[in-house]
Design a binder for this molecule. Sequence first.
Ligand SMILES: *Cc1c(COP(=O)(O)O)cnc(C)c1O
Length: 436
Amino acid sequence: MLYHSTNNPNALVSLKEAILRSLPADNGLYMPQDIRPLPAEFWQNWRDYSFAEIGFHVASAFFGEDVPADELREIVHGTITFDAPLIQLGPGEFMLELFHGPTLAFKDFGARFMARLMAYLTRGDDRELTVLVATSGDTGGAVASAFHNVPGTRVIILFPKGKVSPLQEKQLTALGGNITALEIDGSFDDCQRLVKAAFLNQELSARLNLTSANSINLSRLVPQSFYYFHSSKELPEGVEPVFVIPSGNFGNLTAGLLATKLGLPVKKFIAATNRNDVVPAYLKSGNYQARPSVATISNAMDVGAPSNFVRMLALFDGDWQRMSEKIEGFSFDDDTTRAAIRTVQALHQYVIDPHGAIGWLAAKKWSAQNPGNATIVLETAHPSKFLDVMEAELGQGTVEIPERLACLADAPSHSIPMSHEEANFLAWINEQSPHR
Ligand SMILES: *Cc1c(COP(=O)(O)O)cnc(C)c1O
């Protein structure tokens, strides 16, 4: 399969180039050339498939022409080593828990798949790969975990100073080795801008063999489609789910749209955001206006210029009307989110994280106007990653901390402080020479 830029349908590249270059030189994003519905044989059997087997069939639709079936099956089975259970809160009210991976957020799916696909694509190459990633909280940890100690790769993570939770920060800074964390005195948007600047510098990009691990990288999106299928099959046959997606850069929602291109029936997508509501505002008005991000208690969604918006637009051929029929947007402020954390605990004895709480609020609001549907809220992270916020609402000791997070609390951390000036960052990264 070939891949084209959202800015130019005629500039076609191979899978290897689309994944390793990450970003087309024209500043668009790569899209698969043609996405076809999965074959009849899949639909006859999909309800009996395991999570990993569904993943293999979905991945084959994108990568099957370029990666041999046995290799692809190994990549998918290596990625999906934990479940994504669907939890029922009430009639037609579900939470899809995506936080059972090593770093306790859905980002593990994308990062683990990407690391394995990249290893396959670069097998036999003798050049070190430099993976560059900006994080608003969870991406960095997932990417660090997925690439830690992978030979021939080095990871550079940019995170906004003071804007990620203490345990999230530990996930970025505790591993060391081939993982370098840069603490940027600025916002997530600054981090994202710096990463983009490095990519658009062709000499630098080529010399360091730069690749991106942000959701601009297509290999992160495809595995995020898997769980849309996996959760849909838990519902009674014939019920079309309404997926509610707490969103920041809109990678998860774009992955849901890709699933529908493969033929998955979805009644509606709900884009749920915090006060960074650029996309809900667009869905209402047809005007897209990126803005500087504001800090909230759902920090992984503090994005003012969502990178995957151009992909969403491309999937609707730029047609606002069609997009706003399929996707509805809601946004909520921090006070409402805090209240929802308490309400969900009181009503359902369920501990919901601040991102999932925004999804739950959106599901409630939509269902009030559209009763009788099945809503599936993507619970994107484990509540213990946001301990301060959670304990302020529910009280100390109410949130269980999984061992793999708890053990980080006392680990030493290493990071390099840096300003948000492009020139500073480019000077630093220019001095990083590729290792053999
Ligand atoms: C990354 C993240 C999001 C936002 O996902 P996008 O794909 O960027 O829209 C939401 N919640 C959590 C916990 C995250 O880590």
